[in-house]
Design a protein around this ligand. Structure first.
Ligand code: MSP
Length: 650
C-alpha cells in the first residue's frame, strides 16, 4: 500500500541575526510533528530554510562592511549559524531552502511574470507607509496609533512606482476559505484575520520595490525587485520543484499538509498566500497553524530589545532533548507562553529526572538486582492489581494520537506523563522490594510486576521518541532494544516476557535549581554583551581627502606620565626629521611608560598642534580600539623595529 504523504514546513528564517529560542520553538515543534508522522508510517517531507532578501539584510550587511551574500552566508553557514543550530537540535528536515539559491530566484521571476501576464500584477504608484523591520507596507488606516500594527514601531512615508498584486479580487474567496473551512487554526486567528484585515477592505498589495536592490530582480523591468514576501512564500513550492528543475517532488508532496507559522505572520500565510495560489490556479495548502510566541518577562523576545534567549547556551547546559521536551511540554502550541530559566529547570527535574528517570532506573535496577537482568517467564498479569495500569497503557497511543493530530503537543505529553506517574504509583503499591525479600515464594509475582513496569516504560518510550529521539534511543538500549514500532505502542505485551535489561546511565540527572540559575544568569549576562563590538564604518571619502593625512613611522625616545593627569602619557619621538616631536596620548591605563621605550609606532603628523594640561601635542599616535564585553580595549599600532623613523604610510 502506498504510504500516506505528509508535507510540513516551518517559516523560513531571516538571517539578519542569530536565531533565538523563539525560532527554535517552532522548528522543534515541526520536527516533533515530522518525526511523529514518520513513526506512524507516513512518507514525510519536512522543509525549513532561510529567507535572505530584503532591505533589512542589505542594511545590516552594509553596516557590517560585507556584501549581503557574505552577510547571509555567515549567519546561515557560519559557526553557530542556522544550519549548526538545527544540527545541534537534532532537526530532521528533509530539505533546506535558501531564497538566494539560484533555482529559487529564477522560479520567482517566472512566478511574478505569470501573475503579471494574467493581469493579477499591474504597475501603479505606491503611496503609503512602510515598516522597515517588518518589511511591510501599510495604509494610513491600518496603522495603530500611527505606528506599525504588527510591531508597534515607527513607519516611514513611502512613494514610488511599483507593481501591485490584485489582492482585492480574491478577498471574498479568501474570506470563504477562512470562515467555511478549517484552513486556518486555531479558530481564534480566523476572526482576527477576517475582522482586522478582510472586512475593513482588502487593498491591492504592493509587490515590488525600487529603493533597494537586494532581492529577486523583476526580469522584465530593471530596477524593481520582487517584494520579499512573494519571494518567501513561494519557497514552499519552489523547494519541491515548482518552476524549476532542481527538485522533482511537487506532485508527490504538494499541497502541503500544514505550514507552522508564528502568529504575526499568519496574515501573510492565510490571506496573501492563498490569494496568490488562487491567481495561479494552484492547489492551496491544507492548513496553516498559527502558533503563539515565547515571551520573556511578558514581552516578545527581540534582538533589538536585547532580551533574546540563546538556544545554544541552554542546549549545551541542559541537553538538547531536555530543551526540546521543555518547549513542547510547557507551552500550549496555539497560545503565548512565558519562558523562564526556572520553569525550564523545574520541568526537567519534575518530569524527566523524577518521573521518567526514576521509573526507568528503579525498574531496571530491580530487574538486575532480583533476576540478573533477565525476567523469568511468568504468567500474565494479575487482573485485579494490574488492570488499571494495563488499561491506561493500552489506551495511551489513541489518546496521544488524538492530541498530536491537533498539534497539541502539550496535551499529548501530558497523557504520556499521566501514565508515567501512574506507573510510579504502581511501584509503591506493589512494593517489589518486599516481594524481592523472598524470591522463592514471590518470584513469579515480582517478575509480573517488573514486566508491567518495563512494558509501560517501553510504550511511553515509543511515544516520546519524536520529542526526545536521542534519549529514547538510550532508554531502549537499557530495555534490551525492544520493539519500538508505532503498532507496538498500542499492543500491550509486545515486550518479550523474558526481556533482558541493563542498568545504564542516568538519562536525566537532577539539576540543582539555585546553582544552575545563578550560573545561567551569569552566562546569559555575558552572552548578552557582544564579545567584540565593531564600530560602524564611516562615510566614504575621496582619495584626495584621504591622501592629505600624513602618517609616519616614529620611534619612542622617551615616555613619561603627565603630572596630575590620570590618562596622559608624554612621548618624545624621533620622526626622522632630526627634531624631536612631542605627542600626548591618553593611554596610561593601557601601558606603562617604560614598556614603550624604543618602540616603533605610527603617528599622524600633520594635525594642528593642541594644548593639553599646558603641554603641546603635535600629532596623534595610532591605535586599534575596540569594545570587548562592554570594556574598551586599546593597542598601539606597533611596527617592526627595522623600519626607519620618518617612513611614510599609505
Ligand atoms: N522570514 C519570515 C518567514 C517567511 S515564511 C514564508 C519570518 N522570519 S523570522 O525569522 O522573523 O521568524 C520566523 C518564525 O519565528 C516566525 O514564525 C516567528 O513567529 C517565529 N518567532 C520569532 N520569535 C518568536 C518567539 N519569541 N516565539 C515564538 N516564535 C517566534 O518571519
Amino acid at each position: 500500500m502506498e504510504k500516506q504523504k505528509f508535507y510540513i514546513t516551518t517559516p523560513i528564517y531571516y538571517p539578519s541575526d542569530k536565531l533565538h529560542i523563539g525560532h527554535t520553538y517552532c522548528t522543534v515543534a515541526t520536527d516533533a510533528m515530522a518525526r511523529y508522522k514518520r513513526l506512524t508510517g507516513c512518507d514525510v517531507m519536512f522543509l525549513t530554510g532561510t529567507d535572505e532578501h530584503g532591505q533589512k539584510i542589505q542594511d545590516k550587511a552594509k553596516e557590517a562592511g560585507v556584501t549581503p551574500q557574505q552577510f547571509v552566508d555567515g549567519i546561515v553557514d557560519g559557526p553557530r549559524g542556522v544550519r549548526d543550530l538545527w544540527q545541534l537540535m537534532n532537526i530532521s528536515n528533509d530539505r533546506f531552502i535558501r531564497t538566494t539559491d539560484g533555482y529559487h530566484v529564477s522560479a520567482i521571476q517566472k512566478i511574478f511574470k505569470a501573475m503579471y501576464d494574467k493581469g493579477d500584477i499591474y504597475k501603479g504608484k505606491y503611496v503609503g507607509k512602510y515598516c522597515k523591520p517588518c518589511e511591510s507596507f501599510w495604509t494610513e488606516s491600518q496603522l495603530k496609533d500611527g505606528k506599525c500594527p504588527d510591531c508597534g514601531r515607527e513607519v516611514q512615508d513611502a512613494q514610488e512606482e511599483a507593481y501591485f498584486f490584485r489582492l482585492s479580487k480574491y478577498a471574498q474567496r479568501v474570506q470563504d476559505l477562512l470562515e467555511n473551512t478549517d484552513f486556518l487554526e486555531p479558530r481564534s486567528r480566523v476572526h482576527e484575520m477576517v475582522n482586522n484585515f478582510i472586512k475593513p477592505g482588502l487593498e491591492d498589495l504592493c509587490v515590488s520595490r525600487t529603493s533597494f536592490s537586494w532581492g529577486v530582480p523583476v526580469d522584465f523591468d530593471e530596477g524593481h525587485v520582487v517584494y520579499v514576501w512573494i519571494d518567501a512564500l513561494f519557497n514552499y513550492m519552489t523547494a519541491l520543484g515548482y518552476q524549476n528543475e532542481a527538485h522533482d517532488d511537487l506532485e508527490r508532496y504538494w499541497p502541503a499538509d500544514v505550514h507552522f507559522v508564528g502568529k504575526e505572520i499568519v496574515r501573510f500565510h492565510s490571506i496573501i498566500w492563498p490569494a496568490m495560489l488562487m491567481s495561479l490556479d494552484l492547489p492551496l495548502p491544507k492548513k496553516v497553524y498559527g502558533h503563539g510566541w515565547l515571551l520573556l518577562d511578558g514581552g516578545k523576545m527581540s534582538k533589538s530589545k536585547g532580551n533574546v534567549v540563546d538556544p545554544y547556551l541552554l542546549a549545551e547546559k541542559f541537553g538538547v532533548d531536555a530543551l526540546r521536551f521543555f518547549l513542547l511540554r510547557t507551552f500550549p502550541f496555539g497560545s503565548d507562553g512565558n519562558f523562564s530559566n526556572e520553569l525550564l529547570i523545574q520541568t526537567i527535574n519534575v518530569d524527566l529526572a523524577n518521573d521518567l528517570g526514576n521509573l526507568l532506573s528503579r525498574t531496571t535496577a530491580m530487574a538486575v538486582k532480583y533476576f540478573g537482568g533477565t525476567l523469568p517467564e511468568a504468567k500474565l498479569a494479575d487482573e485485579a492489581q494490574d488492570g488499571e495500569l494495563i488499561a491506561l497503557a493500552s489506551g495511551l497511543r489513541g489518546r496521544y494520537e488524538a492530541q498530536m493530530e491537533k498539534f497539541q503537543f502539550q496535551n499529548a505529553l501530558a497523557e504520556v506523563f499521566k501514565l508515567i506517574q501512574r506507573a510510579n504509583k504502581y511501584i509503591d503499591e506493589t512494593a517489589p522490594w518486599v516481594l524481592g525479600k523472598d524470591i522463592a515464594a514471590n518470584g513469579a509475582r515480582l517478575s509480573q510486576v517488573l514486566y508491567n513496569l518495563l512494558e509501560t516504560t517501553r510504550i511511553c518510550g515509543v511515544l516520546l521518541t519524536p520529542f526526545m529521539p536521542e534519549s529514547m534511543e538510550k532508554l531502549f538500549a537499557q530495555l534490551g532494544s525492544c520493539c519500538q514500532s508505532w503498532e507496538s505502542a498500542a499492543a500491550w505485551g509486545s515486550l518479550s516476557q523474558t526481556v533482558t535489561v541493563t542498568k545504564g546511565e542516568n538519562l536525566f540527572p537532577r539539576i540543582d535549581l539555585d546553582k544552575a540559575l545563578a550560573e545561567l544568569e551569569e552566562l546569559q549576562a555575558d552572552a548578552a554583551q557582544p564579545a567584540v563590538e565593531r564600530e560602524p564604518f564611516m562615510e566614504d571619502v575621496d582619495f584626495e581627502t584621504f591622501s592629505k593625512s600624513d602618517f609616519r613611522v616614529v620611534k619612542v625616545k622617551d615616555c613619561q606620565p603627565v603630572k596630575k593627569s590620570k590618562k596622559l602619557l608624554r612621548f618624545t619621538l624621533d620622526d626622522g626629521s632630526g627634531t624631536d616631536r612631542q605627542i600626548l596620548s591618553g593611554i596610561s591605563m593601557y601601558y606603562q611608560p617604560e614598556e614603550l621605550l624604543g618602540k616603533t609606532l605610527v603617528a599622524i603628523v600633520n594635525l594642528p598642534p593642541r594644548k593639553m594640561m599646558g603641554l603641546e601635542s603635535c600629532g596623534m599616535l595610532l591605535s586599534a580600539v575596540h569594545q570587548e564585553r562592554g570594556e574598551e580595549r586599546l593597542n598601539l599600532l606597533m611596527l617592526d623595529d627595522s623600519i626607519p623613523a620618518g617612513a611614510k604610510l599609505y
